[in-house]
Every structure is written in C-alpha cells, then in structure tokens.
Design a binder for this molecule. Structure first.
Ligand code: GCV
Length: 687
C-alpha cells in the first residue's frame, strides 16, 4: 500500500495501557505469536517491557493460554498467580475463545483456552485502559471478569468482486473505494492492508470472513480454481488473528466450472463434483470455514431449476464439506424478483418464511441458514424476520448490513448499533428469549451472526470516518449483544480519538441518535425503499412502485401502506408466533414505527403518538433535517479537536448529508401533500 491507512480504533495511544507495563506472554501457536507481536509493538512504543517468564519479580501483566500456564515451572515467580488463575478457570471452563482476568496483588493475569481467547483478552484490557491494572478486587486471585463470546460464529461477509470490470464495481454496495483483497482481476500481491484489517477484526473477536461477493460472477468462480493458491495467502493472513475465511460459491458451478449438464443435487455426478472440489480446496486451505451460498435469488442459480428445495441444495454442499470440517452458510434471501406489480397478492415479505420454514429439521448439521434481519432487505426499519422464530431444529445465522446500502451509503452519519441492538434483543415469543439467543443456540442448534462489511481501500477504510464505529460496534455486539449502544460508541471514541471530554460529548451528540434521524427524513413508518433504483441513494418515492422487485408503498389519494394482515391482506402477520401475530395484525396495537409495513391506512389515521400519519410525515421530515443541521454545526465546533484529515472528510460528508436530507424532506413532504391534499398543520409550504 502506498499510504498508511487510518489506524481506526487501534492507534498507538490506544496501546498505552499495556505498552507501559512489564508483560509476560505464555503459550504457543500462530495467534499467541500475534499477541506477543502486539505486546512487543506496544511496549516499544510506550516504554514497557516484554520479558521472559523467569525474569525477576512479578510483572504487571501475564497473558497466558492454559497450556502455557501449565508449562511453567512449579517454583518460578509466576507459579502462584498462574496456579490460582488456572484453578479459577477449571471451576467453570470457558469455550476456547473465552478468557478470564484475575488480579494477584499488582499483577493482572489474562488466561485463555487458546490463542484467540488470549487475543480477545488483550484487547479487553486495552478497552478497559488503565482500569485493568488499578481496579478490581484487591485480594489475591480476585476475579475481575470472565468472558466468552455470545455467538459461536461472528462473520463479516465481503461483497468484493475479483473482476476489475464487474458490473457492480469492485465492491457491490461498497462505499469506501476498491476492494482491499483484489485488484486487476487477482488477489493483491501486497496483503499488508489485509493484515491491518485482520488485526482490527481480531481485536473485536470476529472469527469468520467471507472473501467474495455472494453474487458469484464467472471471474469470482475462479477463486475456487485458478486463484485458489491466493485464497491460501489470504487465509494465512487472517489465521494469525483467529479468523477463518469462507468462499462464496455459485450453486451452478458443476455446470459453469465442471462442464456437467446439470447441477441437480440428486445427480451423483454433481455430488462427486462437489466432493472433488472440496477435496481440492481443502488441500490448499486446510482450515477454510466453508462456503457461503446465494441460490435462487436475484438471478443466481439454485436447486429450484431441478425441482429440488433448498434443503436438498444446501445439504449437497454440506456433505461435500463435512469430511473437511467445513460449514455451508446458505442464505434465505429467496424471493421472486420478477413479480408483476399489478399482482397485489404476492408479498415479497412472505417469501423467505414460505420457502424455508417448512424445511425445518431437514438441514444437515454443518448447514447454517443465514437470514436477513428483516423480511425485505436491510431497510432502516423493518420488523424482525419471522423465519428467526420458525426453525427451531435448524442452525440460523442472522445477517446484518454494516455497509450502509439503504442508510446513507457512508455519506450520511448513521450509527447503526442502536438498530442492531434492538433487533438482536427482540423477543419473538412471549418469554425472555431473544433473536441473539436464537442465533447463539439457546433455542436450538447454534448458528451465529453475519454482516456485510463496509470497508474498502479508502484511507479511512469506510468512506465516512464515523462509519468506522459501525464496524467496531458490529464486532462488539457479536461478542455481547447486551452492550449499550452509547457505551460501545464511548469505547470507540476513546480508542480512536483519545480522551478529550468535549470531543467525546460532541460525537455522542452527533452519533447517538443518528439512526433515528436518518429514519425521520427518509421513508416513514416502516414502509421502506422510496430510494433511487439500482444505486439506492437519495429519494425516489415511486422509484420501485411499478417495478418487479416487490417493494411497494401503495400510496394513493386516500392513504398509504401494505396490508399484510391475515384478515384482509397478504397474511404475512400470521407468520409470527404470538404475541406478535396479534400485535401486528391490529392497527390498534401495531407499533407506530411499523404501521405502514403492516397496514394500509388513511392519511388521517391517528397514530399512538396522537398525530395523523400525514402530519407525522411532515413533522418528522422537518425534524430530521433540523437534526442534521445541528449535527453539521456541532461537527464544525469540534473540527479543531479532530485530526485535520478526519475533520475535512467529515465536513464534506455532512454537507452532502444536509443537502440530501433536505431533498428527502422536500420530495417526501411534497409528494404526500400532493397525493393527500392535506395542508400542514404548522403552515409549512410544499412545492
Ligand atoms: C449482493 C440487495 C442488494 C444486492 C445484494 C442483495 C443480497 O438486494 O441490493 O446488491 O446482492 O441484497 O443480499 O444478496
């Protein structure tokens, strides 16, 4: 790479809490080596020392795997703290990715079952800062914390295209430059930027990365063939940070790559082709996570062409991967993208449930069904997908979108952690079990969480520097979905910008509520879309209204919304268990923010908030723009406290956000004024 990219949440100052200490690292393996290298860099920068275990006296910090601790001589200076920590560990063993932190007088000990846990423990200390060495129970062997990840698989999917001339650009829905993996139709020769990225992800506990777009074009398919050795190079970079890589593959590969005349999952030749392919892939990348598959979706081939269902298709690949310990992430994003807009009975929202819920119990153990959080497509507001509550015998992964396709494309500040927290904390049943619990395996076999990454080769990685907080927050929530969104932001601000209270306050003011601000000035009350077709940026209220994509708002002179009730609509509300089926079925109980997703109502319908639908549209759009004005003004006040390049980039993006928000406000308000003829109660003029 020519220039140093922005360090994100790991600038040199963030390493100081550990870098100023006397540290010992115990254990072996690639990820332990990474921990050692990280500590070495930190102590060199900040004046601490990385010493050998048998050095004199007790260090400030010991980072040890359980095996590394057990290998220590019985009489050495570390014997007592390690013995105590190991016995604490054995009282309640953690998953290998977990860690515990104990204090022994002035020494802090991090103990983990393996290298990844140790890495996560190190970064836990960096987040805690100096408190990690000062607070906590003073008595010997005091347990400060024990942690393990909520989710077994914590994945980031890249929609990166290998082909330089791919129709969707180098990164589909990428808003931060070109791919960090590929250039000129091949894996980059210089993977130093990938190594930086792997370090950032490892610091958050991400343990899986999908290397290529789920829309697999002809050239991308070559990752399975010609470019396989380069996949091995990428895998090695990520491996050092506890991350396994995955490949998106085309379901049609036996035809397009194998020269067969079919991809029928029941055809023995097809089965053999996938077995051979898996064999070949694992001979190069022995710890490949597995395959990610988008089948029968938006033009991608799938089992439907052969009269088979998605369990047949997914198990075909699962069985090829099983001997190698691989897993298929099979996406449930299956719907008719060529529907007739005149046909009011077809409802895209129903599709994933209709296709997948009947297959519950038929997927093999190494198949995870990956479900988008909502039934449509990563909108700013959607109900939680009913599929998540409908497949208790299936491993499910919930898919989020860190790249801001529908939430401002990294031109707009839109801190998404509050949205994800709300989605992951949603309780689909009449009890305490959450969406995150389902993914984590509390209600059936465990799946995990996946999300579409938001990075590219942009100097700030994410286009808008503040969009880094979404990547950071995604990782943190996959570890612990109960973290408060403001606390996650607070961590990110401190690590990234240091401890300036005024800057901290200002960034909270700009970012904490930015998801709701974005919602206010865009599509109202859960109706979604209203974006410009294809690129999905900026308002176009009827852009998809007469299209085949199934994303309609049905506004007419009397009202707006989609009737998805069982009584009079598409029946979608009936896909939920109680209490939600009833809650959503009735306009009286449906939450305001989802009203238009579930109901077609007159403009004069009075919301629970006490205002009418049309007045709500006028008011929220005006309020949203005023909020962006305040965000821009606050940013200007903070500019001197920010690094100049960050200040400058943010200033430009906020100017664009303000322009765009005003455009949204004026188009949406004017559209509904013209449709309804209802004047604004506050006397605003429309056009
Ligand atoms: C990768 C949306 C996006 C597509 C994306 C698709 C998916 O429809 O607009 O670019 O394709 O989701 O998730 O597969």
């Amino acid at each position: 790479m020519d220039t140093e990219p922005h360090p994100c949440w790991l600038p040199e100052h963030a390493l100081a809490p550990v870098g100023r200490r006397a540290v010992v690292v115990l254990g072996t393996g690639a990820v332990v080596d990474t921990v050692r290298a990280e500590v070495d860099a930190a102590v060199r920068a900040h004046g601490g020392v990385l010493s050998e275990a048998d050095g004199s006296g007790l260090p400030d910090l010991v980072l040890a795997t359980v095996d590394g601790a057990r290998d220590q001589p019985a009489g050495g200076p570390l014997a007592e703290p390690l013995r105590t920590a190991v016995s604490r560990y054995e009282e309640a063993p953690l998953v290998t990715e977990g860690f515990l932190v104990t204090r022994h007088g002035d020494t802090t000990v991090v103990l983990a079952g393996g290298g990844p846990g140790l890495l996560y423990g190190l970064h836990h200390l960096l987040r805690l800062g100096h408190r990690a060495f000062e607070d906590g129970p003073a008595e010997a062997g005091g347990l400060v914390t024990r942690q393990e990840p909520a989710q077994p698989i914590r994945m980031l999917d890249h929609w990166d295209n290998l082909a330089a001339d791919s129709p969707m650009g180098p990164v589909e829905r990428g808003y931060a430059g070109a791919s960090i993996f590929y250039a000129d139709g091949r894996v980059r020769a210089d993977l130093s930027r990938v190594a930086r990225y792997a370090r950032l992800l490892g610091s958050l506990g991400i343990n899986a990365v999908g290397l290529n777009n789920v829309n697999v074009h002809r050239r991308e398919a070559e990752l399975l063939t010609t470019h396989l050795p380069d996949v091995g190079r990428l895998a090695a970079v990520f491996r050092a940070h506890g991350i396994r890589v995955w490949l998106s593959v085309s379901y049609g590969s036996p035809v397009t790559l194998g020269g067969l005349d079919t991809a029928d999952p029941m055809d023995p030749r097809v089965q053999q082709w996938w077995r051979d392919t898996a064999e070949r892939v694992y001979s190069v990348v022995g710890d490949l996570g597995g395959f990610v598959v988008k089948a029968d979706s938006e033009g991608q081939p799938g089992p439907f062409a052969y009269g088979r269902d998605h369990a047949d298709g997914a198990n075909l690949l699962g069985r090829a991967l099983a001997p190698h310990g691989g897993t298929v992430f099979w996406r449930a994003f299956v719907y008719d993208h060529r529907q007739d807009w005149r046909d009011r009975s077809t409802d895209r929202a129903r599709a994933a449930y209709d296709h997948f819920a009947p297959l519950d119990g038929r997927f093999d153990d190494n198949v995870v069904v990956q479900v988008k959080y909502g039934p449509i497509d990563f909108q700013v507001r959607e109900p939680v997908s009913p599929v998540i509550a409908a497949m208790p015998r299936t491993r499910l992964a919930v898919e989020l979108q860190v790249t801001q396709e529908y939430t401002g494309q990294q031109q707009h500040v839109c801190y998404l952690v509050p949205q994800w927290r709300e989605l992951l904390g949603f309780r689909p049943w009449d009890d305490d079990r959450t969406v995150s619990d389902v993914a984590a395996g509390a209600t059936g076999p465990a799946g995990g969480i996946a999300a579409v990454s938001n990075v590219g080769d942009d100097p700030f990685w994410t286009g808008h520097p503040l969009a880094q907080a979404n990547l950071y927050g995604y990782g943190r929530l996959t570890w612990d979905p109960t973290l408060a969104a403001e606390d996650v932001l607070d961590e990110w601000i401190g690590l990234t910008f240091g401890d300036d209270p005024e800057l901290r306050r200002g960034l909270h003011e700009i970012m904490d509520g930015s998801w709701l601000t974005y919602e206010r000035y865009t599509s109202p009350l859960g109706i979604g879309f209203m974006v410009k077709p294809n690129h999905h940026y900026g308002p176009d209220i009827d852009g998809y209204e007469y299209s085949p994509w199934g994303t309609y708002h049905f506004a007419d002179r009397d009202g707006i919304g989609v009737d998805r009730t069982v009584a009079t609509g598409t029946g979608y509300a009936g896909q939920y268990p109680e209490p939600w089926r009833s809650v959503y079925e009735s306009v009286d109980t449906c939450p305001d923010e989802l009203l238009l997703f579930f109901h077609h109502v007159p403009y004069g319908h009075v919301l629970h908030s006490g205002t009418t639908v049309v007045q709500h549209i006028y008011d929220t759009h005006a309020a949203g723009v005023e909020e962006v004005e305040r965000m821009a003004a606050r940013w200007a006040e903070l500019a001197d406290r920010l690094p100049p390049d960050v200040a400058e980039r943010g200033t430009g993006r906020l100017a664009e956000q303000l322009r765009s928000a005003r455009e949204w406000r004026d188009q949406v308000s004017t559209y509904f004024f013209r449709k309804s003829g209802v004047p604004d109660a506050r006397g605003r003029t429309f056009y």
